[in-house]
Design a protein around this ligand. Structure first.
Ligand SMILES: Cc1cc2nc3c(=O)[nH]c(=O)nc-3n(C[C@H](O)[C@H](O)[C@H](O)COP(=O)(O)OP(=O)(O)OC[C@H]3O[C@@H](n4cnc5c(N)ncnc54)[C@H](O)[C@@H]3O)c2cc1C
Length: 406
């Protein structure tokens, strides 16, 4: 399908795929089996300079947008979503700084993130606060020019390997949802450490950690946006980051279909290629249709977002203003519904397609020597993180009801 990508966008897409084949493919099986983060592969992939393509040139990006973010995430995940997540999770930690950071905060942190010299992480989840982030207990108490963080967060992707952590904590527990604030915490800050490393079903090359804060003093300058605006920050970030998870899911589905087609077109049973059985050829067709339908929704959403956001970034950068404030002033549309639709559609397709791909390959598809079972395990997380697909459905329906009322 021709999605009318610009020449540069097509180059970024192709370079992302070549980079993933060169750097991720040789180590993906070992890193998955040993739950190892491949620093060398990640550093070499970072040199291609495409992971930060979605960031403004002023901060070392390529001046792209969500289209570029999606293209890179898709191609990385087409080869290995576990290794590609180093950049995806870093994007999730970078977006709140881009969208809600002051000009000084953007200048301070974005250049190292754009070049992937440093990786970021995003930490909202707690043991008792998953889908319901308002139940969070991690406390940030104001003390002069500092905030003092106490508590723990869990399930943090890029945990321990990231240098910059965007951490949600409550500055006013009595205000519930409106008491949550967001802080940038740098690795090495006294009182900030890592707890349990999770053992996982999939995306095993990416470390998922507990974060522990004990009397951890954070300068006031590290507060993102304003006190009490934490959940606005999270929602605004998710509006822009969920297309990235969608792209990860789409890449997993495409990668699984690539591997499947390469195998089944030469596999013979009953003296015939298995692709000549209608049961198999119809599954192939269904997988291809689902992937293309989801890709069409995702690319259309990403393009519409970029078109609306280009003047916002230009104005925010020229005026040294906060992007979120400029979005509000310019009355830019919210993308909550569309980005949730992309994440929901692409991740459900990834789970269905990877499961069907294992089926089309038969026994070999189930074996760990063959990459398919890993694609199937990796697909599952895309239905869970950045809001489960039940939460995406809730948000889509909520936005539909709002639209009907307006
Ligand atoms: C590998 C991995 C990596 C992760 N990385 C990060 C990260 O980098 N940063 C971070 O902050 N978090 C991260 N998470 C956390 C992830 O976002 C949460 O696990 C997810 O949001 C779900 O929360 P929960 O696990 O507490 O499930 P729960 O909220 O306990 O949900 C349990 C079930 O109830 C359903 N449910 C809950 N509420 C509703 C409702 N209102 N309506 C309908 N159904 C509902 C859910 O859909 C789910 O099926 C990660 C998780 C995993 C597994």
């Amino acid at each position: 399908m021709d999605y009318e990508l610009s020449e540069v966008q097509a180059e970024i897409r192709d370079l992302a795929y070549q980079t993933a084949i060169r750097e991720f493919k040789p180590v993906r099986e070992r890193c998955d089996a040993e739950e190892e983060f491949p620093w060398d592969a990640v550093r070499r992939a970072a040199k291609s300079d495409i992971a930060g393509a979605y960031l403004p040139e002023a901060y070392g990006g390529l001046g792209g947008g969500i289209v570029e973010l999606v293209l890179v995430a898709e191609q990385f995940a087409r080869v290995c979503s576990g290794i590609g997540l180093a950049f995806g999770a870093s994007g999730l930690g970078t977006l709140p700084i881009l969208l809600l950071g002051s000009a000084e905060q953007r200048e301070r942190w974005l250049p190292d993130l754009a070049s992937s010299k440093k990786l970021a992480a995003f930490s909202i989840t707690e043991a008792g606060a998953g889908s319901d982030a308002t139940a969070m207990r991690c406390l940030a108490k104001r003390d002069g020019d500092h905030y003092v963080l106490d508590g723990s967060k869990c399930f943090v992707s890029n945990g321990s390997v990231a240098e910059i952590y965007v951490v949600f904590a409550t500055t006013n527990p009595s205000r519930g949802a409106r008491g949550v604030s967001v802080f940038i915490v740098e690795k090495g800050t006294p009182g900030f450490g890592f707890g349990k490393k999770e053992r996982k079903m999939g995306i095993r090359a990416n470390p998922t950690y507990e974060l522990v804060f004990q009397n951890c003093r954070i300068p006031k300058a590290n507060l993102l946006y304003k006190e009490g605006y934490g959940l606005f920050t999270a929602q605004t970030t998710f509006d822009f980051s969920r297309p990235g998870v969608a792209a990860q899911a789409l890449g997993i589905a495409q990668g699984a279909l690539d591997e499947t087609l390469a195998y089944i077109r030469q596999r013979k049973q009953f003296g015939r290629p298995v692709t000549s059985f209608q049961a198999i050829s119809h599954m192939m067709a269904d997988c291809a249709v689902q992937i293309e339908m989801s890709r069409a929704l995702l690319y259309a959403t990403a393009k519409a977002m970029d078109k609306a956001m280009r003047p916002v970034y230009e104005k925010a950068l020229a005026d040294r203003a906060i992007v979120y404030d400029v979005m509000n002033k310019m009355d830019v549309k919210r993308w909550t519904k569309e980005s949730a639709m992309c994440k929901l559609s692409c991740s459900d397709v990834a789970m269905k397609v990877t499961t069907d791909c294992v089926q089309m390959c038969g026994g070999i598809g189930y074996m760990r020597d063959f990459p398919l079972e890993k694609f199937m395990r990796d697909a599952k997380i895309t239905q869970i993180y950045e809001g489960t697909n039940q939460i995406q459905r809730n948000e889509i329906a909520m936005m539909m009801i709002k639209e009907l009322a307006s």
